[in-house]
Design a protein around this ligand. Structure first.
Ligand SMILES: *Cc1c(COP(=O)(O)O)cnc(C)c1O
Length: 351
């Protein structure tokens, strides 16, 4: 059945092994991030065979359902409403709110267990993390009084919201915060988590400041690229995931709609380029599953638009005819893997 996303498990394993090797050879532990493929157990099973240090996901539901011996880490700052589930299923989480950490402590006490936290520091990307130095010191002092919380380390996240590219200078700040906290608590921090796939260029050049010892990798494993500049990583695959959809209509029609143009299905006023008469193909997949602009055709065709359940492709310049029942293949971006995987209407096919 179509539409389907095709996962090449051998290529996934190859990429993951390659990134484990890069991380370990630079004395970094690695958190393999599973959110882009909704922590699909078939793929987790591949990771289970590898020497990965932690599996990490931003969604508690993904962490609850996954079966693994690797320690599990919650990446998104926990919601207070999910703390009980988190404490019972996940050994470690990233945090930035003292109020939440106190609630985790209470929950861990009730469940007669302990929870590890990585305190997130905002170095300017302006997503999660403590920004204010006084707040940081106060938070650390308070954490030291919580009996069911272990302050495992500190971390930062860049190039996610603000698009800030990690630099030695920025990461030095994280190291100096580590030093300050260790002086304050008289205890060594175990994990200094410097960032995500956007740290790879620095890491491979040996330019990550001394003291940082962990990296959290999602995109680089699934797409074979670092995410600061979007460069391909040597000896990795960029087609672990591909997508295949079926043609439900194939006709010669004009390229511009006929009549007065009002609003489209999403309330926008569309604009069209007049390319004369073209061959238009409709695929049985739509915006409910994926943003058509995130699909990368493997043929000389142009994806020209979509509605909720249809994607329209100009195939005028293709050597292929594309009859009804034929399929069309695409490579994918991070965003399209994410949304296709999340859609229940998309078959997951493994090779
Ligand atoms: C998603 C996420 C990552 C992984 O980022 P990639 O760019 O996919 O490697 C790392 N850290 C946090 C906090 C995340 O939410």
């Amino acid at each position: 059945m179509y539409p389907r996303i095709i996962v090449d498990l051998k290529k996934l394993k190859h990429n993951a092994q390659r990134l484990i090797d890069i991380a370990h050879s630079h004395n970094h532990s690695i958190m393999a991030v599973t959110k882009v493929f909704c922590a699909d157990q078939k793929l987790i099973d591949v990771y289970n065979e590898l020497n990965i240090d932690y599996l990490a996901d931003s969604r508690i539901k993904n962490l609850v359902k996954m079966t693994t011996d690797h320690p599990k880490v919650l990446l998104r700052i926990p919601m207070i409403s999910e703390i009980d589930v988190m404490v019972s299923h996940v050994e470690m989480s990233l945090n930035s709110e003292l109020e939440t950490i106190k609630k985790i402590n209470q929950s861990a006490k009730r469940q007669d267990t302990n929870h590890k936290i990585i305190l997130m520091i905002d170095l300017g990307d302006l997503r999660e993390g403590i920004f204010n130095e006084n707040e940081l010191i106060n938070t650390v002092q308070e954490i030291m009084t919580l009996e069911h919380i272990t302050l495992e380390g500190v971390g930062t996240n860049l190039t996610c919201y603000g698009g800030i590219i990690p630099s030695q200078e920025t990461l030095e700040k994280l190291v100096s915060i580590k030093v300050k906290i260790e002086a304050l608590t008289a205890k060594a921090l175990k994990i200094i988590s410097g960032g995500n796939s956007s740290n790879l260029t620095l890491l491979m050049n040996g330019e990550i400041p001394q003291g940082i010892n962990n990296i959290r990798l999602g995109e680089s494993i699934v797409l074979g690229r670092e995410s600061a500049y979007g460069n391909h990583l040597e000896n990795t695959y960029d087609d672990v995931f591909t997508f295949e959809a079926e043609v439900i209509e194939s006709k010669i029609k004009p390229s511009v709609p006929i009549g007065q143009i009002g609003m489209d299905a999403f309330g926008n006023t569309p604009e069209f380029e007049d390319k004369g008469i073209i061959r238009r193909v409709i695929l049985g997949v739509g915006r409910q599953d994926v943003d058509h602009e995130e699909l990368i055709p493997l043929d000389t065709v142009e994806v020209i638009g979509s509605s909720s359940d249809h994607i329209i492709v100009d195939v005028s310049h293709s050597p292929q005819t594309y009859r009804v029942g034929d399929t069309m293949k695409f490579k994918l971006t991070y965003g399209s893997i994410l949304s296709l995987y999340t859609s229940q209407y998309i078959e997951k096919h493994y090779v």
